[in-house]
Design a protein around this ligand. Sequence first.
Ligand code: GDP
Length: 467
Amino acid sequence: MSASILLKDTIAALATPIGEAGIAVVRVSGPLASKILFTLFKTVLKSDEWQSHRLYYGELFDSSNKILDYAMAVWMKGPCSFTGEDVVEFHIHGGQYIALKTLEAIFTEGARSAKPGEFSERAFLNGKIDLTQAESIADMISANSELSLRLAQRQWQGAFSKPVAVLRELLLECLVRLETAVDFPEDDLDFLDRPKLKKIFWEALQQITCWIVDYEKGKILREGLRVVLLGKPNVGKSSLLNQLVQEDAAIVHSQAGTTRDPIHKNIVLAGLTIQLIDTAGLRNSAGEIEKIGIERSLAWFEKADLVLAMFDLSSPLDNDDLKLLSLLGSKPVLLIYNKKDLRPQWDPHLLYEHFNLKRPVQIKSLLISAKNAEGIRELEKIIPELFGLSDFKRKEQFFINQIRHCEALNKAKVSLEMASRALDSAASPELIASDVLMAIQYLGEIIGKINTEDILDSIFSKFCIGK
Ligand code: GDP
């Protein structure tokens, strides 16, 4: 889909949902927009008296020149419009029939039906908005909370695209310097200033890494966390789940093996949605049915964002506990020592030390009594903290929410790391330049400094019709 083909057509679509409502808005954009307006819509004004961006009342005619509706219309003359072209909107009574007949009349006058996101795509192609802004429109429309709306608005204001553009410019300057060094090899030292380049690459990498981390945090905020309770039978998993959800959702019993089907419950901690999953206790000596439950527990373990690994302080550690520890691998985990109200049979510090030795990142642990609701508030605090999400205000900074952006950032990071390594190993300016160029291209993909049809198609096809 090339810009020139696209911009010749006049497109039209219903910009409001189909169904009955007070009003509906039909939008038209393109070279025929004003002709369509003056053909179909009659007011007391002559066409040369119409002012841009003013709403006028009048009669709307259908394709057989019969009055269809008493409506309002606005003409937003290009380039001062959303798409940058002439845009006309008809604000009609919100019935399906009127909307369909209005569109029919518009199509008779030469416009065609707009594809999903085509108005926004035109805005992008005409340089009215960059790609991240276009994507933020879709996010504003689908926002279902104050936070998600605010994040989309920040993206619309360029909170992400502006710094990406600045970073890209900086790398472009480096590229120019590298290419000059290629062209004038004898002056290599003057042009290249390797320490300075190294510093720029390092800072750029820091920034990109920060954005990637922000994306991950934002993803947790948007999609929530899956927290899985794991431990041998009777350590108190169901008791803890019940405390966290404040209801008797899971059966608590001194008989081992009562939870066989995993139990799911949602809670919200510090604005973070958490799906809690109580699983069948892990033990070697389980019967047939219990074994199926254990298999399911292990499947949930794989899908967990965080594992609450529970141990019973009041009974000696055994092979089932050690097996759980060995299972945890590198998953994010919180060690929970339960039944602190009873006499401890082992030293939690020793278990922690032993376990922590094998892990690259330090983990947290907590003593609780699920039965007496002791340590529950601390647990509720620790979970958002573990993901750096306890401060509500800080959450607004995680506005990078498109997987496309994160992928481009990851690729830019790899290219820049290669450039950095090439620089360290005193590689030729050509080699370094090719990596820097790749990084520049990936950053360009984010804001739309590219001409790749597939990327544009995949972005705008996610929009609704009329946007
Ligand atoms: P699960 O099999 O791991 O889900 O364990 P449950 O939650 O069913 O608890 C097993 C038994 O331990 C029950 O009799 C609970 O009342 C008891 N229990 C759970 N937590 C505590 C605790 O903190 N202190 C004491 N004393 N007993 C507990």
